[in-house]
Design a protein around this ligand. Structure first.
Ligand code: NAG
Ligand code: NAG
Ligand code: NAG
Ligand code: NAG
Length: 519
């Protein structure tokens, strides 16, 4: 009793002594609920510490009791329609990420542009001030200008392990010889073929895409933050204080990170699950002898966008297994069938469900959020990837032995049945993922504590240039020591050339002398 009171007192005093209540702006314009979940987890941790947080989002927030200020700038109807169409195309014809990128990038940046042009954001820029900005990163680099506008330090929050743009922005060495690019699905250690593909992917395919994206960012940046009043975009990219990444090294790969990248993997996972809705709780509790399969394709893939024949094939398999099945199915399509062991729900509290001890397998689209939740709770996976990083997540899960996967378009009743039986029947998946779960949870501070500590660190010191990697300020030649090598080889060349000339001169002299003697 006393110790808790004392702890609370120290916590409260500690906060007010060092950071008071800071005014923090969260800019989260990417049109994805799964991204928002990660960003809002950081916001909630900061609000609990007494900070005054304002967030700008394009997606609605469903929470009733908001302890932060919310500015909702809905994306235009045309973008919403495009987004649905884009997802449908990806479901029908999946492509590798570097080929997907040129299609979705203009749409993403357009949504960011619309947000910035909105009356609400303009008003905010005219009237308010902030001590810190948190940018939810999703190819929206030009919004870094907002931090220049408010003259405050900026922290980037990211949903997964940092990908190349953030790796470069933070001055993290790319190390393509042993650090697999996220989108290749490769794992460490990499053999020659892997290294070759990793190099081509990272240094050529992706580099071209991102160069083109950078030109767009410059254009948008100039429109909102003209050069006569603001620092340049490239200066702003060099002025990011910290990157929070929803990743943990135990997930791999192992790579060197500068101090300005802080891992808060699992920030969105509750340390203690919330109570489940009554019907779901009863359904899960009652399966203490059989076990439950939890099935959800997340928030983007509407049930109505699934090919009905494939959905039926999955139903045929799941309705016959000796397990209960909790299936997230929204009202955009009729159920694929009714069965006494299956409960359909349009919305499911995923993290709380995965925390339930009776859940034995998670059938997922392989979004990073769900994969991490499954890993945290030690539930083996069957992944049916659709787009983005999902297929890479599937490969990684298969490589690590945490489950199996199959592309949606490849699903047949036989193949699906085989995979379901394999993951449920072979204990190795469950053992491996439970072992990972204990590694993932073994840390000195929880994800929440880490996020709060480092955000307040940046607040206390008004930016954090002293933890920045100097690599940020080097150009291509300096970064690869090409200038140094040029000087070394230049000097070597000159020394060799001179030695040659001297040698030739001496030889000629000796020969000349000999000739003279014989004459
Ligand atoms: C709203 O949330 C705050 C902070 O999380 C909490 O202290 C408060 O009790 C909540 N109020 C209601 C009515 O739920
Ligand atoms: C950004 O949006 C505004 C208004 O919605 C539009 O006028 C402008 O052309 C857009 N910028 C670009 C670069 O497309
Ligand atoms: C970089 O950020 C700091 C605050 O963290 C600010 O004082 C400084 O002016 C910024 N530099 C540029 C070029 O914007
Ligand atoms: C399963 O749960 C029921 C009630 O929910 C209980 O009566 C039964 O003993 C439980 N069985 C086991 C093996 O725990």
């Amino acid at each position: 009793m006393w110790s808790t009171k004392l702890f609370l007192l120290t916590a409260v005093l500690g906060c007010f002594a060092v950071c008071d209540s800071a005014r923090i702006l969260g800019v989260f314009t990417s049109p994805a609920k799964s991204h928002l979940i990660i960003h809002m987890s950081v916001v909630k941790a900061l609000v609990e510490r007494g900070h005054d947080v304002t967030v700008i989002t394009t997606m609605p927030l469903t929470e009733k009791n908001k302890s932060y200020r919310h500015i909702h700038v809905p994306m235009p109807d045309s973008s919403a329609k495009q987004k649905v169409q884009m997802i449908q195309n990806k479901i029908d014809k999946p492509k590798p990420f570097w080929r997907e990128f040129p299609e979705f990038f203009p749409k993403i940046i357009n949504i960011a542009n619309v947000t910035m042009n909105s009356a609400q954001v303009k008003k905010l820029m005219d009237e308010e001030s902030f001590d810190l900005m948190i940018l939810g990163y999703f190819f929206n680099d030009f919004q870094l200008g907002l931090a220049a506008h408010f003259k405050c330090p900026v922290i980037i929050n990211f949903m997964i392990q940092p990908f190349t743009q953030l790796v470069d922005m933070s001055g993290t060495p790319r190390e393509v010889s042993y650090v697999p690019n996220l989108f290749t699905g490769l794992k460490q250690p990499m053999g020659f073929k892997d290294r070759l593909w990793n190099f081509i992917y990272s240094e050529i395919l992706e580099a071209v895409n991102y160069k083109l994206a950078d030109w767009q960012h410059e254009k948008y940046y100039e429109a909102f933050f003209p050069r006569d009043r603001y620092p340049s975009l490239s200066d702003m990219k060099k002025n990011v204080s910290l990157i929070l990444t929803n990743h943990h090294f135990s997930q791999g790969p192992v790579r060197p990170l500068p101090p300005a990248i802080v891992e808060i993997g699992g920030i969105h996972i509750k340390e203690k699950p919330d109570p489940l809705p009554t019907d779901i709780k009863q359904f899960l509790d009652s399966a203490n002898e059989t076990g439950v399969v939890y099935f959800s394709f997340g928030t983007h893939v509407a049930s109505g966008s699934l090919n009905p024949a494939k959905a039926k094939a999955m139903f045929n398999v799941l309705s016959k297994i000796p397990f209960k099945v909790l299936w997230k199915w929204d009202d955009s399509a009729p159920f694929p069938g009714e069965s006494s062991n299956i409960l359909y729900k349009p919305w499911t509290p995923q993290d709380d469900i995965l925390a339930h001890p009776n859940v034995k397998m998670f059938i997922s689209h392989g979004g990073q959020g769900g994969v991490v939740e499954s890993q945290y709770h030690g539930v083996p996976l069957l992944i049916v990837p659709f787009f983005g990083d999902q297929n890479a997540n599937r490969e990684s899960v298969e490589n690590l032995g945490y489950g199996r996967g199959i592309r949606f378009q490849d699903i047949t009743e036989e193949k699906f049945k085989e995979l379901v039986n394999e993951v449920l029947g072979n204990p190795s998946y469950s053992e491996k993922i439970k072992q990972f779960s204990s590694l993932y949870r073994d840390r000195p501070m929880t994800a929440k504590q880490t996020a709060v500590y480092w955000v307040e660190y940046v607040l206390r010191h008004r930016g954090a240039p002293h933890i920045q990697s100097p690599l940020v300020h080097l150009n291509f030649f300096e970064r690869h020591s090409l200038d140094v090598l040029a000087v070394i080889f230049g000097v070597l060349f000159v020394v060799l050339k001179i030695s040659c000339l001297i040698l030739c001169f001496v030889i000629r002299k000796i020969r000349g002398n000999k000739k003279m003697k014989f004459d």
